[in-house]
Design a protein around this ligand. Structure first.
Ligand SMILES: CC(=O)N[C@H]1[C@@H](OP(=O)(O)OP(=O)(O)OC[C@H]2O[C@@H](n3ccc(=O)[nH]c3=O)[C@H](O)[C@@H]2O)O[C@H](CO)[C@@H](O)[C@@H]1O[C@H](C)C(=O)N[C@@H](C)C(=O)N[C@H](CCC(=O)O)C(=O)O
Ligand SMILES: Nc1ncnc2c1ncn2[C@@H]1O[C@H](COP(=O)(O)OP(=O)(O)OP(=O)(O)O)[C@@H](O)[C@H]1O
Ligand SMILES: N[C@H](CCC[C@H](N)C(=O)O)C(=O)O
Ligand SMILES: [Mg+2]
Length: 485
């Protein structure tokens, strides 16, 4: 695919002198991936600056460079004061097709679940639907990985174009705070947006909580067109400010949750494998049975339902669809049970609030003890480690602290930071051994929760990804236990 540079710059960027007929054959933001004829976007980064790699990009055949004003290069330079935002606009023109309806979800927790539930509701209504986020691109036919929750502008627009080309009309995507702050999805044409909740995460990347909040709010203030609907879950501490921000941006707020006005939750009754939810939709009482456990899954399912209605589906058929939802990979995922029926559940809780919600979700379903195996990621917000330890100490009966993607850090010091706030916990660094210990402890009535890895298939140690198939490991260890008894 090739395009004239002049055709992909749009009105806001000037064509460099002499580059009027220049043809660009691709886009790249990593000099190591530049191919002959590409436009190389030299973006300022956290660790370094893309401008340092212009020479490498040109050596690899870059035809032109996108960079801040005043950048020198031996090829034409497209100057942009905000090169990341400019790249998003360029990528949207280079890869012009997008699904007609794009729903975008932001918040600390619940994005992947909400977009997957929305995809299921749309698909059940006969629409060509997809979800895009941490789990990759999901279609009814299966999943392909994308590596990020919100991929970079080039990868994102390539994916949007390909999905539209395959006939996808309805896409639900995750808007991460990194993605929003780095303008990765500024070129996506959003028709409905949503906010789930806001609690601590990513304070390694965001200088403070206000910056984290403001980054999330770009979805409403900069991306969602005025007049479109924004679904706001009202049950988090930040919801009132979120609602105000959305209204000020000219969005039609649909407020949901216990404190919601459009969709007001009245009562949730947990059953062994489901929950009965009584709620009002614009004043009319509704009663449904959601075939999933955990109150947080109710919040996500109702958020998806409100977005589906905002996208044009009829409310009663959407609520009926909630009764057919299937669980999201790695979120409260049953992974087996002992022969006495003590369950093992896998979950992706990796924040203090995620753990809190997970442990509270499991409690009504557990007669005996809740045994929790968890860790915290390396090269991620270190301040969430003791906070996660404290939540675990408060709400689990037995805690086993283990490793979860130590990346470049010393795993023992990550565990130590958790253990400092989780005094009674057992420390077992090796994740498989930690799971084995949890399984060995299970008595009738107990439940084992294994948090942090969810759908992930590897343990990232240093720069290496070591295969770690948690469902298969749990199945094998349960079998071993049964073999001995
Ligand atoms: C913290 C963060 O967001 N980092 C992203 C960011 O990297 P950076 O700012 O550190 O980049 P840098 O190393 O300073 O380099 C600056 C520029 O020079 C370029 N470069 C660099 C080296 C080189 O040899 N040649 C070259 O051209 C880089 O491509 C980059 O454009 O820009 C890079 C290029 O797009 C991303 O790959 C990188 O993601 C890193 C690997 C990452 O781990 N990101 C995670 C934290 C992330 O984005 N997560 C969010 C949220 C997850 C969630 O909670 O759901 C997500 O959306 O996935
Ligand atoms: N609405 C919610 N409120 C609080 N915690 C939640 C909620 N939904 C999910 N969680 C917890 O967070 C975990 C991750 O959920 P999910 O993957 O849907 O969130 P996410 O926002 O996509 O996360 P990520 O930032 O990794 O993309 C779940 O496994 C669960 O433990
Ligand atoms: N999207 C989150 C996922 C964390 C999952 C956990 N397994 C970890 O590695 O910390 C992040 O990249 O911060
Ligand atoms: Mg996600």
């Amino acid at each position: 695919m090739s395009r004239r540079l002049a055709d992909i710059l749009g009105p806001e960027l000037a064509v460099p002198p002499g580059a009027g007929e220049l043809v660009v054959s691709g886009l790249a933001l990593d000099s190591r991936k530049v191919k002959p004829g590409d436009l190389f976007a030299a973006l300022p980064g956290v660790r370094t600056d893309g401008r340092q790699f212009i020479a490498m990009a040109v050596d690899n055949g870059a035809a032109c460079v996108l960079a801040p004003p005043g950048t020198d290069a031996p090829v034409p330079v497209v100057e942009a004061r905000e090169p990341a935002a400019a790249l998003a606009a360029i990528a949207a023109r280079f890869y012009p097709r997008q699904p007609a309806h794009i729903a975008a979800v932001t918040g600390t927790n619940g994005k992947s679940s909400t977009v997957e539930f929305l995809r299921q509701i749309w698909a059940g209504a006969g629409l060509e639907a997809a979800a895009l986020g941490t789990l990759g691109v999901t279609r009814s036919s299966g999943r392909t990985e994308v590596g990020y929750t919100t991929p970079d502008a080039i990868a994102l627009h390539q994916a949007l174009d390909a999905l539209a080309g395959e006939g996808v009309t309805h896409l639900a995507m995750e808007a991460s705070s990194h993605g929003l702050k780095q303008h990765r999805m500024d070129g996506a044409r959003i028709s409905v947006s949503a906010f789930t909740n806001l609690t601590q995460d990513h304070l390694d990347y965001h200088p403070d909580f206000e910056d984290y909040f403001a980054s999330k709010m770009r979805l409403f203030t900069a991306l969602a067109p005025s007049g479109t609907s924004a679904v706001v879950n009202m049950d988090s501490d930040w919801s009132a400010r979120v609602e105000q921000t959305a209204r000020a941006a000219g969005l039609e707020v649909i407020s949901i949750g216990w404190r919601g006005r459009d969709l007001a939750v009245r009562e949730i009754t947990p059953k062994p494998a489901s929950q009965i939810i009584r709620f009002a939709w614009r004043g009319a009482e509704q009663l449904i049975e959601l075939p999933l456990i955990g109150e947080f899954q109710t919040a996500n399912a109702l958020g998806a339902a409100a977005m589906a209605i905002a996208s044009g589906l009829e409310a009663q058929s959407v609520f009926a669809a909630l009764e057919r939802l299937t669980g999201v990979a790695g979120r409260m995922q049953p992974a087996g049970m002992t022969k006495d029926g003590a369950p093992v559940l896998l979950d992706y809780a990796h924040t203090p609030d995620g753990l809190d919600k997970l442990l509270r979700a499991a409690r009504p379903h557990t007669r005996g003890r809740i045994i929790l195996v968890f860790g915290a990621g390396g090269d991620r917000d270190p301040t969430k480690r003791p906070a996660m330890g404290a939540v675990a100490a408060r709400l689990a009966d037995v805690c086993i602290v283990t490793d979860d993607n130590p990346r470049s850090e010393d795993p023992a010091s990550i565990r130590a930071a958790i253990l400092a706030a989780c005094p009674g916990a057992t420390e077992i660094g090796d994740r498989e051994s930690a799971i084995r210990a949890g399984i060995e402890m299970l008595a009738p009535g107990d439940a084992l929760l294994i948090a942090g890895k969810g759908h992930e298939t590897g343990q990232i140690v240093g720069g290496r990804v070591i295969a770690f198939d948690e469902p298969a490991i749990v199945a094998r260890l349960l079998k071993e236990r049964e073999g001995r008894s």
